[in-house]
Design a protein. Sequence first.
Length: 129
Amino acid sequence: MSEYSTIYNSASGDKKLYNLEHLFSLVNNDRDFVKGLIEIFINTIPPLAKEMQNACAKKDWPEVAKIAHKLKPTIETMKISSIHEQIKLVENSAKAQTNTVLIVQLSHQINDTIFQASEELKKELENWF
């Protein structure tokens, strides 16, 4: 593992919700670039996940599918594996307008996980700089 691997929280031994190792490899270990990407994640992805929940509440399934589609690449790039399959299921089910009860449940789980990952990433940045 590289020095930037964030699979485990060194202080507590807890498994993190994300893994930046892939991201670092994509940008040739450019720490400043990764910092910028993390800041973009923190500022844009939690509000987008909340928008998806709001669209679910309105039963606006095309909007849910659209937002899930936007979230999916970020979840994959940040290696948030605990919701990787869920975001695909939400996108596909919302497009088909099926499993709507499950979509709502998963949107809450996705929102919570993204919020937690964002909080962990904020702490990560504090430790870096």
